[in-house]
Design a binder for this molecule. Structure first.
Ligand SMILES: Cc1ncc(COP(=O)(O)O)c(C=O)c1O
Length: 405
C-alpha cells in the first residue's frame, strides 16, 4: 500500500498521466520530425568542440552567459531571425527557454489571469488551447481561409470586444506555417494585422514554431520584424528543425518585456549542453540542413497525399500546405472524427481529431495528420488502415482505388 497523496492535492491539480506504453504502430500525432534528417554526425562533432571550449564552465549556473542562456546560441538565434524572419535584433533581446512550450508558459504567466480574454486563430495548436483553458482564459476565435487568419474576421472580433468593453490581452498568431492548416499569412494581411492591433492597443503573441519549414525556403517577414513599436512578442524553437527532444526554444521581445520574463523564469537556466551544441552546429550547418529537411518533408507530404487520394478518393478535402509537418483533412461526410480517433487509436492508428485543434462548429469533421516521422511505407499502410477503420465504423469511403470495399 503506497502513501495516499490524494487528500493533500490542491483543487487545480490535473488527473494523473497514464503510464507511457510506447508509440502506436501508425503514429500520425505528436509533432515529431523525420529521424533520418537529425544531423547526428555534425551534432556529435559540435558537442565535442563545445565541451573542449566550455566544458569547465558547467561548474557554474548559467555558464558565463547569465540567465538568458548561452550567449553564442542567443547570437545565432538573433542572426537566424534576421536572415529568415526579417527581425533586426541581437542576442541581448533573446531568452533561451526549455522548448517554446516554456516560452508560452512564461508569456502566459506574465500577461494572463483567469477571466481574461485572448484572440486566437479558430483552428490552432491544441497545446495552446489546453494552456489557455487551464488558466481560465476566454478564447475568441478568428476564422481562417486558404491564406490564414481573415482580417475582416479579426477586425470584427476586435470591434465586437471593444464595443463590449473587453480588452483582449493578446492576439495569438501562428501565421507562418500555421498549425494545423500549414497556411502562411501574406504580407498585406500581416500589415493589416499590425494596423488593427495598434488601433486597439492589443499586443501580438507570435509563435513561429514551424516557420523554417517552408518548401520554397523563403517566407514573409515576421510580425516582429514588421513592427517598430515593441508590441509583438515572438517565440520560436529548434524542435522542428534539429529535434524536439533537445528542448531549445526562445523568446524575442523588447527589453522591458524580456526583463520581466527573465524574472519569471525560476529554473536557474535551461539545459546548457544543447545550447552549446547548437551554437557550434548552426553557424556552419543550419542553412544546408534546413534545405535538406524541407526537401525530405515535402516528399513525405506528397507520399501522404498520394495514399489519401488512393484510399479516400474525392470523399475527403485538403489543401497541400506550403510547409510544415501536418496535413489538415476534412473527412468524408458523416464521419465524426472524435469517434474515429478513439476507434483508430485502439487499433494502433493515432490521429488528432479536429475538436482538439479547432473551435470551429465543423471541428468534428477534420483530422490533423503529422507526416514527418513515419517512414513513407508506414505512412501508406497507416492511411490504408485508417480508411478500413473509417469504412468499418462509418460506411465510408466505399472505394479503395477503383475497388469497392
Ligand atoms: C504551434 C506550436 N507552438 C509551440 C510548440 C511547442 O514546441 P516546443 O516546446 O517543442 O518548442 C508546438 C509543438 O508542437 C507547436 O505546434
Amino acid at each position: 500500500m503506497s502513501f495516499d497523496f490524494t487528500p493533500l492535492l490542491p483543487a487545480h491539480v490535473p488527473a494523473p498521466a497514464p503510464r507511457w506504453t510506447g508509440f502506436p504502430e501508425h503514429n500520425f500525432v505528436g509533432g515529431h520530425i523525420d529521424d533520418a534528417t537529425v544531423p547526428v554526425d555534425d551534432l556529435r562533432a559540435a558537442i565535442d568542440k563545445a565541451m573542449v571550449k566550455e566544458g569547465s564552465n558547467l561548474a557554474t549556473y548559467y555558464l558565463q552567459s547569465g540567465p538568458q542562456g548561452y550567449k553564442p546560441c542567443r547570437d545565432y538565434v538573433a542572426h537566424k531571425l534576421k536572415k529568415y524572419a526579417g527581425i533586426d535584433t541581437t542576442g541581448d533581446e533573446i531568452l533561451l527557454t526549455s522548448g517554446s512550450l516554456q516560452a508560452m508558459d512564461l508569456v502566459n504567466s506574465l500577461l494572463l489571469e483567469a477571466g481574461d480574454t485572448v484572440i486566437v486563430e479558430e483552428s490552432n495548436y491544441g497545446g495552446a488551447f489546453s494552456k489557455l483553458r487551464k488558466l481560465g482564459v476566454n478564447m475568441v476565435p478568428v476564422a481562417l481561409d486558404e491564406n490564414g487568419m481573415r482580417m475582416d474576421a479579426l477586425e470584427m472580433a476586435l470591434d465586437g470586444l471593444a464595443a463590449a468593453g473587453i480588452k483582449p490581452k493578446y492576439i495569438f498568431a501562428i501565421i507562418t506555417v500555421h498549425n494545423p492548416t500549414g497556411t502562411i499569412l501574406p504580407l498585406d494581411r500581416r500589415l493589416k494585422m499590425l494596423e488593427l492591433a495598434k488601433k486597439h492597443g492589443v499586443p501580438i503573441f507570435e509563435d513561429e514554431c514551424y516557420s523554417d519549414l517552408v518548401w520554397a525556403n523563403e517566407r514573409p517577414a515576421a510580425l516582429r520584424g514588421l513592427d517598430d513599436s515593441g508590441m509583438v512578442i515572438h517565440i520560436g524553437t529548434f524542435s522542428k528543425t534539429v529535434g524536439p527532444a533537445l528542448r531549445v526554444g526562445y523568446i524575442n521581445a523588447d527589453w522591458d518585456v524580456l526583463g520581466r520574463l527573465i524574472a519569471m523564469k525560476s529554473d536557474a537556466g535551461s539545459g546548457a549542453l544543447e545550447q552549446m551544441m547548437l551554437a557550434e552546429f548552426c553557424p556552419d550547418h543550419f542553412d544546408a540542413h534546413l534545405k535538406k529537411c524541407n526537401a525530405v518533408l515535402e516528399g513525405k507530404l506528397d507520399a501522404l497525399i498520394g495514399a489519401l487520394d488512393e484510399n479516400f478518393g474525392s470523399t475527403i478535402e485538403y489543401r497541400k500546405p506550403p510547409g510544415g509537418i501536418f496535413l489538415w483533412v476534412k473527412m468524408p461526410e458523416g464521419v465524426k472524427t472524435s469517434r474515429l480517433a478513439a476507434v483508430a487509436g485502439r487499433q494502433g492508428v493515432a490521429i488528432n481529431p479536429g475538436p482538439e485543434w479547432s473551435l470551429g462548429g465543423d471541428a468534428d469533421e477534420w483530422i490533423r495528420l503529422c507526416f514527418a516521422n513515419p517512414p513513407i511505407e508506414t505512412l501508406r499502410s497507416g492511411v490504408a488502415k485508417l480508411a478500413d477503420i473509417c469504412h468499418a465504423e462509418f460506411g465510408v469511403p466505399e472505394f479503395s482505388g477503383n475497388v469497392k470495399r
